[in-house]
Design a protein around this ligand. Sequence first.
Ligand code: NAD
Length: 512
Amino acid sequence: TQFGIKEVLQRLGISSENKGTSTGSHWLDSTGTYFESISPVDGTVIARVQATDAAGYEAVVSKAAEAYQTWRSMPAPQRGEIVRQIGNALREVKDDLGKLVSYEMGKSYQEGLGEVQEMIDICDFAVGLSRQLYGLTMHSERPGHRMYEQWHPLGIVGIISAFNFPVAVWSWNSMIAWVCGDVCIWKPSEKAPISGIACQHIIAKVFEANNLPEGLSGLIMGDYKIGELMTNDHRLPLISATGSVRMGKIVGQAVAARLGRSLLELGGNNAIIISEQADLDIAIRGALFGAVGTAGQRCTTTRRLIVQESVYDTVKERLKSAYAKLVIGNPLDEKNHVGPLIDTDAVKAYLNAIEKVKQEGGKELVAGGVLEGEGYESGCYVKPCIIEAENHYHMVQEETFAPILYLMKYKTLDEAIAIQNGVPQGLSSSIMTLNMREAEAFLSAAGSDCGIANVNIGTSGAEIGGAFGGEKETGGGRESGSDSWKAYMRRQTNTINYSDSLPLAQGIKFDI
Ligand code: NAD
């Protein structure tokens, strides 16, 4: 196949039929049906994957529980050493895995490589973290007492991931969870299962080479029904789920019903405010990559552009001419800027959104549409479009996972911030301005209500060092850098009495 995909699959250990249930190196038999992973690049069936059945799920959970008994007592820096080796293993397969991600998901090869680089980066971050995982010490009010807190592992972490970052999101969770002493069970997206199988092969070799037990990394496959086995399972104290708001509402409630913890990374409706004091070269470039990069299939994709009225027409014209230069096609061909949507359902959702927003009064500035003909046989290639719209439109309030950019106008910064915040989601946001007062107002408590707020950078393309996630319907979870690791551990407060008496807190007297 094109761009050496066949050889890439071979090197990554992918067959035409793959078992989908694994405890690490072992792949389990299942009665589950086989489903296909179809590349949106050319419509080819990449391979078939067998769904996990109830017995397979049980086997994976019980192996995980067993492995946890050993793993939790291994010193964290030693767990970090394993993650360091995983980082090196990923470095070795970066080109192949990047290409597979690009072919299975449809993002550009450069972005596929970027996704694997992000995995490598999170490994490095987790290695350093393995010698930290700090608790605080505090002063006891009682003489001869010491108080401190420590962080212990939680247990089995269930990871449910979305199709658009088929491997990086798993690594954000698992690498951190592993150094924290947890074991993981991963259900990749049913739309990108092959990338998940490839990752399992890569890490299994590292675990095996270090004589570690089966069960540290469980893999299960299937749709929401398999996901529900995890969300309802009290043996999994934490469910980290990435995907749509619709999914998050169901998962969040199921986990809460058993008083488990959930870490939710859901949809965004991200905006860039372009002030009259912006560097327009940066603003246009940031908006363009934000809106059309990954064909609009990033949770941080720029969906709304809120432009000050005095520069509105200039921005509009410059965007129109930039869009005219976009080359749409096979994402493995580095000449192309925009690849396909994930599947034909996504194409339907894109067309439906354009239709609906036009019915509501939206004006198409750069027309959308589905591409046909040579190179577009998969039926998943669409034209990035720009629509002048108002923030209150029903479709503008929703995340459509496609390259549709809504353009709107503002007069004052307060108005712009109100528009930016005036959606149910709260993931990423940015302002383009060289004015310090505007930038700081945007970042202040009365500014952006999002988990990510940038100045003179677009909404997408976060680094792993910061905590990643968003507010409101985006779910409130934080992953990756900063102190996100705390979500994967339990905090224990310890008070030690080294005196020869037993004073009670708050000076309470209790003498017999
Ligand atoms: P999706 O919600 O359709 O599916 C995500 C995952 O959830 C899949 O693995 C799916 O099988 C599983 N799932 C669905 N229903 C479930 C249920 N009831 N119980 C358990 N599991 C269930 O999302 P998608 O189309 O794969 O991905 C796109 C969405 O993900 C977008 O909304 C995007 O914004 C979001 N996303 C968010 C982030 C973030 O960090 N905030 C990152 C990437 C993607």
